[in-house]
Structures are given as C-alpha cells and as structure tokens.
Design a protein around this ligand. Structure first.
Ligand SMILES: Nc1ncnc2c1ncn2[C@@H]1O[C@H](COP(=O)(O)OP(=O)(O)OP(=O)(O)O)[C@@H](O)[C@H]1O
Length: 368
C-alpha cells in the first residue's frame, strides 16, 4: 500500500517535493500530495510535527526551501500572501478588537477597494449565513467563544475564496461547543463546496470532519487516507500507536495457511489475514495489529487458545468500556466492548482472561 491513497484527479492544491528548513532544522521533510477541489483535508500530528508550517506555506507565510506549491494550476512559490486566494482562520482567531463584528468581516473587502455599499451587503450576507447578523454592531469583546469563531469564519469567507486554511480553530472551545462547531464547519464546507485544509492535533476532530487525513510526525508524512482507511489499515507502527486503539504484535513469518500467514510471536503462533500485506518470505519480520474492538475475551479455563493476560483497569467510554490488561511478559493489551458483552467475565483487577481474535480482523502493517 502506498502512503498516498486516492489522489484527487481534480486537484486544487499540489505539493510537489516540498521541503521546509529553518537553518539546519528540517520542519517539513518532503511533502508530495494533492488536495481535491471541494475536499476537506485534515493535517494531523502531535506538537512540532510540521503541520502549521505546511499550512503557512500554502498561505504564503513561509516559502518552501525546496519543491513547488501549486494552487489552482498556478505555481505560487514566492507569491505574497495577499496575492493568494487562501485566507486563514487562526487558533487565536486574530479578530480586530477595535472594530465591530461587521467591520471585522468587511476588513478584507475594504483592503481590496470594494465600495461601502457592496462591502455592507456582502458582510451582512456572511454574518447571516453564520447566524450572527444580530451581533453586527457589537464589539468583539461582547461575544462568546462560539460567536467569535463564527465572526472569524465570516471574515475569512466573505471574499468567497476557493480554499480556506484553518489552524486549530476550535482548540480554545470547551468540549461541548467544539462538537457543535465541528458540525457547523462540516456543513458549511459541504454547502459551499470550498476546499478546507484543517490543521489539528485532535484525531476525533480530524476523523469527524475530514474526507482525508494526513498524518505527520517529525516533519514526515506517515500516511494519507480517508479516516476509515487510516483507522482500519494504518501503514506503520507510528500511525497505529497514534490511533491508540490497536494492539500491536511483532513476530516472524513461519509459513502460510490458505490466505493467512502464520506468524510466530512471543505469545505463540497466530494466523493473520495477509490479503493486503506486502510480499514477504519465511523468516521475515512482520508486525500486525488487532484493534481493541476486535479482541475477544474468554474466561481462563475455557479451553480457548489465546494470550493469557491480567486485568489492570477499566475505563468507561459511553456505551462501551476499555479493559486494560497485561501479559505475563509485561506487554499492555486493550479490549473495547459494550458493557453487555463484558458482563459475563470477571473484570476485577488481577483476574486472568484469555484474549483471542479472528485471523481476518488482523491487519499487517505494510510499512514495517
Ligand atoms: N520560524 C521558525 N524558525 C525555526 N524553527 C521553526 C520556525 N517555525 C517552526 N519551527 C519549528 O518547526 C517545527 C514544526 O513547527 P510547526 O509549527 O509546523 O509544528 P506543529 O505541528 O504545527 O506544532 P503545534 O501543534 O505545536 O503548533 C517545530 O519544531 C518548530 O519549533
């Protein structure tokens, strides 16, 4: 499997071998990907992985050290930010505190020399679309966090750009408002058909809204794909660990059995579906995952073959619970099940269970 799945043929953004260095330090190692017209693309990764730098290069706030950036068919290296049709919504929102809501939204139209009457009409249209027209004459300081988000969006969208860049715009909101604003953003993007490039460190945010997700680590792109592809078929150990829901096993290829590989691990020999696995020879190292939802549990003494593990703790996640366990060799494993499914086993800390799974629910990490 390639890290770049589903390249969009109708690309509005193209990064071609883009590298960004600050002195000796490489912030973006080599970005090669396209963004489709009307696509919602999230760039996700932990702090310092280079996601904001990538966004800033699209905005024209940084120039690539190597490679080319294409926006709507035009090579834009060196093109000033004010000459690009790529407004940005910042984490801080960067609203002007000395201007009213309407004046904030009119700002970029004023910069473009658009007449007062047209400015007013366009600003009010976007305030109305964002459901904040009633606050048009207020100062920014008189608005709630969610209302400010809407002003920032109206201000960015009033020029009707083809691409909107968003840098963690929801990170300052409380959890409840965050979920509501995710829905607002997602619906807005679909209604307008504008391309959104959305930087976030939050997997739940990226997976809830994006058509495709780019996962970065230390300046490198680890995987690009739809949330489903990334969730079900992470490319390597980094992505699997980042998702947090996978049990990761390493071993060596011992042989085959039908469509399955037989893998020798420290816990014994397991059959693993090899349908999407890269070519390997007997003796080669193989890493595979079993997601926490696909793990099955049986009481000790049930005679079911599997891995013996001790219950360490339990965490409630809505209608399900995640049970954390430890093997005899100290490896941590997790199982996620509904409360009903868990009712039949002893989950007291220290009790021993047998973990097992179906071979077809395993996924071999192709990038390992
Ligand atoms: N102007 C600069 N000069 C030197 N180093 C920089 C500069 N801008 C960013 N960096 C470094 O480049 C790396 C990537 O930064 P970037 O802001 O892209 O990370 P990020 O993934 O957006 O992180 P965060 O989630 O913390 O914002 C970091 O190590 C950062 O310190």
């Amino acid at each position: 499997m390639n890290i770049h799945t589903d390249m969009k043929s109708d690309a509005i953004v193209k990064l071609d071998g883009v590298v960004k260095k600050f002195g000796e330090f490489t912030a973006v190692e080599r970005a090669d990907f396209e963004i489709g017209r009307g696509e919602f693309l999230a760039i996700m990764g932990s702090s310092g992985c280079g996601k904001t730098t990538t966004l800033r290069m699209l905005a024209g706030l940084e120039d690539p050290t190597e490679g080319d950036i294409w926006l709507d068919g035009e090579r834009v290296n060196g093109k000033a930010t004010w000459d690009r049709d790529t407004p940005m919504v910042w984490q801080s929102l960067a609203l002007f505190p000395f201007l009213t809501v309407q004046e904030n939204v009119e700002f970029s139209l004023r910069m473009r020399g658009i007449s007062k009457s047209e400015r007013t009409e366009r600003a009010r249209k976007w305030l109305d679309k964002m459901q904040i027209l009633e606050f048009a004459d207020r100062n920014i300081s008189q608005l709630s966090g969610g209302q400010r988000q809407r002003v920032a969006l109206a201000r960015a969208l009033v020029t009707e750009p083809k691409i909107l860049l968003l840098d963690e715009p929801l990170s300052a909101l409380d959890a409840h408002l965050k979920v509501r604003m995710q829905a607002v953003l997602s619906n807005l993007q679909k209604d307008l058909g504008i391309t959104f490039v959305y930087v976030t460190h939050s997997m739940s945010e990226a997976f809830a809204m994006a058509d495709r997700v780019v996962i970065m680590s230390r300046g490198r792109i680890e995987q690009i794909g739809t949330p489903q592809e990334i969730y079900h078929a992470p490319r390597n150990r980094f992505v699997a660990e980042f998702l947090g829901s996978a049990n990761i096993f390493s071993g060596r290829l011992a042989g085959t059995s039908g469509d399955d590989w037989l893998i020798d691990t420290d816990h014994g020999r397991f059959a693993v579906s090899a349908l999407h696995a890269p070519a390997k020879s007997p003796g080669d190292a193989v890493t595979f995952i079993v997601s926490a939802e696909n793990m099955r549990i049986s009481p000790e003494g049930s005679g079911v073959p599997g891995i013996r593990a001790r219950v360490v703790g339990e965490e409630f996640v809505g209608a399900t619970a995640i049970v954390f366990l430890e093997t005899e060799s100290g490896e941590e494993l997790k199982v996620q099940k509904s409360h009903g499914e868990l009712a039949s086993v002893d989950l007291h800390p220290g009790s021993t269970l047998i973990l097992h799974w179906e071979s077809e629910t395993c996924h071999v990490l192709p990038g390992e």
